[in-house]
Design a protein around this ligand. Structure first.
Ligand code: IPE
Ligand code: IPE
Ligand code: MG
Length: 235
């Protein structure tokens, strides 16, 4: 089995999963968060080098105050726990997205976790928090425009690699496989620039139920794909 170098996941379906059990949405988020710990161990075991998960989008602020507050509480405890998970898996953690919108203590926890894990190289784990691909492009292009105004960049020097270097994912290879759980067939503003040639895998399984067996199934499907990048099939 050829294991993808970089897997991106849209971890969706926590709310529906909980509702189906007669439980509040927050219960689904707690279980979904616990599953995030397990999946990091699984990725490490399978030899995946990069994992990027979508945990909170720029659009998710539209949810009820109660739900957003519950998620913030969960992020606080998860970011703390993640120090141990990072050490266990020798995993470097980075947060992508605009963290300036979060309370200061959350921002501090993010910086602490990134700093703590910066020399680990077994697994590169990106958590997308207050992330939206369009917002990422806007923020990056503002910085690029600033550098152009300051004379650091000439318009004719701008190429695809340079644009990539202004995004939150600078230095991280593009995803090979994108998995979305829980049945929705859309990107929801995730990694629009980075996923130009990524293979997509959609499953009806809800995020809290997505386990190692399901992950292997996704990787097996990925192995059946004929990746061409615009070329022709090799004989
Ligand atoms: C994904 O589950 C987690 C977040 C977006 C924070 P949802 O909360 O979107 O669950 P559904 O899609 O409503 O079931
Ligand atoms: C996408 O899921 C964002 C995250 C998983 C964090 P949503 O559940 O928010 O997306 P939509 O609203 O169904 O498009
Ligand atoms: Mg959803």
């Amino acid at each position: 089995m050829n294991v993808p170098n970089h897997i991106a996941i849209i971890l969706d379906g926590n709310g529906r999963w909980a509702k189906a059990k007669g439980m509040p949405r927050s219960y689904g988020h707690v279980k979904g968060c616990a599953n995030l710990e397990t999946i990091c161990d699984d990725m490490k075991e399978l030899g995946v080098k990069y994992l990027t998960v979508y945990a909170f989008s720029t659009e998710n602020w539209k949810r009820s105050r109660e739900e957003v507050e519950g998620l913030m509480k969960l992020f606080r405890s998860y970011l703390k726990k993640c120090l141990k998970i990072a050490e266990r898996n020798q995993m470097r953690v980075k947060v992508i997205g605009d963290i300036s919108a979060f309370d200061e203590d959350i921002q501090r926890k993010v910086i602490e976790l990134e700093e703590f894990s910066k020399d680990f190289t077994e697994l590169h784990f990106q958590i997308a928090l207050n992330y939206g691909a369009r917002d990422e492009i806007v923020r990056g292009m503002r910085r690029l425009a600033r550098d152009a105004v300051d004379g650091k960049v000439k318009p004719e020097e701008i190429d695809e690699a340079m644009i990539g270097s202004y995004l939150d994912t600078a230095g991280i290879p593009d995803p090979d496989l994108m998995i979305r759980t829980s049945g929705e067939l859309r990107l929801s503003n995730y990694l629009l620039w980075q996923m130009a040639y990524t293979e997509f895998y959609f499953t009806d399984v809800a995020w809290p139920d997505f386990n190692k067996a399901e992950l292997i199934k996704a990787i097996e499907k990925y192995n059946e794909r004929d990746r061409r990048y615009g070329g022709t099939k090799e004989e």
